[in-house]
Structures are given as C-alpha cells and as structure tokens.
Design a protein around this ligand. Structure first.
Ligand code: DUC
Ligand code: ZN
Ligand code: ZN
Length: 471
C-alpha cells in the first residue's frame, strides 16, 4: 500500500492545533506522529510532502452544490466534471449535490438521473441530497426508501418558487413527519414565495426591471417569516432535524438562534456571498451587470448589519456550516435571459472554488479562528450530513487533506484563477491572504504546484448515514 507522509505542518482540527506529521496508507489516514517520531520509529514513505510553515487541514466539504441543475430555462453551467475539478482547485474534497424531483416526477428516477450525470465524471467524492419538489404519497414513500437504501439522508423542500419546487405548509408538515420517523434531515429553502411572487409582479408592472429589484422583491422579513414557519412546523412534526439553507438575513438568524435556545434541532448554513457581497456593491452595479449576483436568497443591503450578524452567527454556532450554493450561470445566453425582466434571470452564483479561500480571509480578518474555519467548512458539514469517514484528520478517516500556505496570496478572477465554467466571477478582484498548496483526495494528490494532477472518475459516490450531530 502506498505510503505518504505530510511532514512538519501545523495540523488544524475543529478543536485545536498541533505540529506533527500525517501518515497516509493507501486511501486512509494511518497515524498522526509527533515531530521526530517518524524518524525515531523508522517510518518510511513512498512520498513525503513538506508542509513546514503550512496548515494541514481536512479537505473542504461543500454540502450545497448544483452541478448541471436545470433552472430558469437553462442548466447550471458546471458539469460534474468541471465543477468537481474547480472544487479540487479550491481545496474541496467532497461535495453534496442535489438530485431534483419536481411535481409529477418520480423520485427514484430523478435520483437515478443524478447518478448518471455524476458517475465516472467526478474528480472528488460526492454525495446527494434529494429535492422533493412534489410532496405526495409516492414521494413520501420514496423518502423512506432513500434513507434506508440509497445513502440519501437529507431532503430539501422549498417555501419559494411556486409552480416549480414550492411545497405548501401541509406538504411540508407531511414530509417533516416522514423525516421524523426515519431520522432524516429536512433542508429548507426558507422564503415566502407566495408573497414574493406578488411583489415581483407589482415591481415589473411599475417598470422596475433591473437586476437589483430581485433583492427588493425578496425582503428579509419574508426570509425571517418563512424561517419562523419552518421551525414551528418542525416542532409540530416532533422536533424533526431542520437545516435552513443559504441564510442571508439577520431576521432569519434570530429565528434560528431563538429555536436553538428553546432546545430545538434547528441548524443553519450561510454562504460566502452573504458574508462579503451586498445589494449596493454588487447587485446595483450599472446596467445588467448586477445579474451576476442574482441568487436566492438574495444579497442584502450593507446598511442593516446582515454581514456582521452572519459572522457573529458563525462564531456562536448559530450558523453551523458554510456552503456555497454553487449554481453557476454564464452572463452570455444564460443570465441574459433576464434582460429587461429581473425575474427571468436564472438564480445562482458560482463559488465552489473559492469558499475555503474566502472563509480563510475571515480568519485573517479576525472574524473566526482557524479551528472554526475547519469546523464550519469541513468537520461539521461531514457530521451534519453523515459523511462518517470525512471531515477530520484521524486514523481510519479518508485521507482527504488540504495543505494551506498562509504565506502566499490568492487573486480571484477569471484571468487569475478560475476553473469553474463561468464567463465571470462573483468575486472578481478579491485578494486572499493565503493559498491552496496541495490537495489530497483519499490519499491521491489532486492539486500541487498550481497544477491539477487528479483525474476525472477518481471521485466516488458516498452513501451517507444519518446526521451524527443527533444520532
Ligand atoms: N437558489 C439559487 O440561487 N439557485 C438555485 C436554487 C436556489 O434556491
Ligand atoms: Zn434554495
Ligand atoms: Zn441551492
């Protein structure tokens, strides 16, 4: 079995840091050795990666991506191949993507279709959540089957997008009751889509068609309201585990924090776009430029402390996870579908490549610690979604490892570093104080010396267990 030694780095976990060597045998971590121990024990390795002066952290886990998602009259522009290669470049070693079932479609067929898109095409490991866009007898039965047999233990429901993915309160309650029986996690897109659609129609009727009206017609109150309602429904369903996705508003965070204090199994994630980007600085750029940042939930105003509150939520564990909601669309032919009508702009931002970098900048800026960076970007995502062999560097775990160089810098943009299939970057011009150095996926080096050395097809489907936060 091939042996690799990552030597001399500072190994960061969710709970602390230590200097030492990581010994990898085959695809797994074999041991963590104190400095000098490898030599004194006579440990030999086929390959030594010198990590002196660098951080050695568990590979990033992005539990919210949408490769090839059919949405808004087009398909998200990253395939599983381009998206997982871009992820690897950014220090990510596992993604969890969303298989999509819409009303009238069969859940099993939709999951099979997602397997077909991904199988043999991924550079890193991947799992699936299942979107239930049509809650009925058949899909409820399928939910149970997926938990028991397919390694799909989390289900996304939508309180937004009437006519597309929307579930009404009764349907949500039924799906939650099902999850309460199986132990599955309910993931919620919490925005009041019925009220939003009224505001959108009124805005368009007034001739307000520019991209930034996307945010003005999806006010923070309607994210807070839906979050509150989802929490109450989860309580009625027996305190079912509830995970609010892509949180952007202080109002929603307050609801989650209150529920947590009341002892409920409520969790939440945010994404880099909600920590760094805003209505004024991005969405309101002149002309149609703002379309690059049309996503839901939307970017919020920078004058109401959403950024500040979300960073605080990350520190306090009110927000347990940072994902990307990677859902890329090019400007050309895709975002352009909404020229003259913001509501026809495909919703989504691509960022799978930049999450580790952007959150590391949060460490440099004093918002979070190194340990919290690892915890929110790798360790908790793994535990939250039952990825039992991932998210920590410890004997027996998959050797998914990111070696991070804090002395180098990363420039983000389409010309500097960008491997996502997008004709623009949501973070163009951002500069980060640190850089991905080496990335290993199950013991195989997939990125080193600013080169992708992995292979398409290396990534395997990971069957997930129930959330180990709760079980
Ligand atoms: N939000 C997005 O921005 N894109 C895809 C789906 C979603 O909920
Ligand atoms: Zn969503
Ligand atoms: Zn999403």
């Amino acid at each position: 079995m091939a042996r690799t030694l990552i030597s001399g780095g500072t190994i960061i976990s969710a709970t602390g840091r230590t200097t030492g060597d990581v010994l990898i045998e085959g695809e797994s971590v074999a041991a963590i050795l104190a400095p000098g121990q490898a030599a004194s024990l006579g440990v030999t390795a086929d390959r030594v990666i010198d990590a002196t002066g660098k951080y050695v952290v568990p590979g990033g886990i992005d539990v919210h991506t949408h490769m090839e998602l059919p949405f808004g009259g087009t398909n998200a522009s990253d395939t599983f191949e381009t998206g997982t290669i871009a992820a690897a470049w950014g220090g990510v070693t596992t993604i969890v993507d969303f298989a999509v079932q819409k009303t009238g479609e069969n859940v099993h067929e939709s999951l099979a279709a997602w397997h077909e898109k991904a199988a043999g095409n991924c550079a890193i490991d991947y799992g699936f959540h299942q979107i239930i866009g049509g809650v009925d007898e058949e899909s409820l039965k399928a939910m149970t089957y997926l938990v028991d047999n397919e390694g799909v233990t989390s289900f996304k429901l939508f309180m937004a997008y009437p006519g597309v993915f929307y579930a009404d309160d009764g349907q949500i309650l039924r799906a939650m009751q099902n999850a309460s029986e199986t132990g599955a996690m309910i993931m919620m897109h919490a925005e009041n889509g019925i009220a939003i659609d009224v505001l959108v129609a009124q805005s368009l009727a007034r001739g307000q068609t520019d991209p930034y009206f996307h945010s003005l017609t999806r006010p923070a109150e309607l994210e807070g309201e839906a979050t509150h309602r989802a929490i109450q429904l989860a309580k009625v369903a027996g305190n079912v585990p509830l995970y609010i996705v892509h949180m952007s508003a202080s109002e929603a965070l307050e609801e989650v924090a209150a529920a947590q204090h009341a002892g409920m199994n409520v969790f939440a994630e945010t994404c880099p776009q909600y920590l760094y980007l805003s209505l004024e600085d991005q969405l309101m750029q002149p002309g149609f430029e703002g379309a690059k940042w049309v996503c839901s939930t939307p970017l919020r105003t920078k004058h109401e402390h959403h950024h500040r509150d979300l960073w605080k939520g990350l520190r306090m564990n009110e927000l347990a996870v940072v994902s990307t909601d990677h859902c890329p669309f090019c400007m050309k032919d895709q975002k352009e579908l909404g020229l003259g009508n913001f509501s026809a702009i495909p919703n989504g931002i691509g960022g799978v490549e930049h999450r580790m970098e952007l959150l590391y900048q949060g460490v440099v800026n004093g918002e979070i610690t190194l340990e919290r960076w690892v915890e929110t970007c790798s360790t908790t995502p793994a535990r939250m979604f039952g990825l039992d062999r991932k998210g920590a560097i410890a004997p027996g775990m998959d050797a998914d490892i990111l070696v991070w160089d804090p002395t180098r810098r990363t420039k983000i943009g389409i010309n500097d570093k960008h491997h996502m299939n997008m004709d623009h970057s949501a973070y163009e011009g951002f500069e980060i104080d640190g850089k991905v150095d080496t990335v290993l996926s199950r013991g195989t080096v997939v990125v080193e010396n600013d080169t992708f050395t992995g292979s398409v097809g290396h990534g395997r489907y990971v069957k997930r267990g129930l959330s180990t936060y709760l079980h």
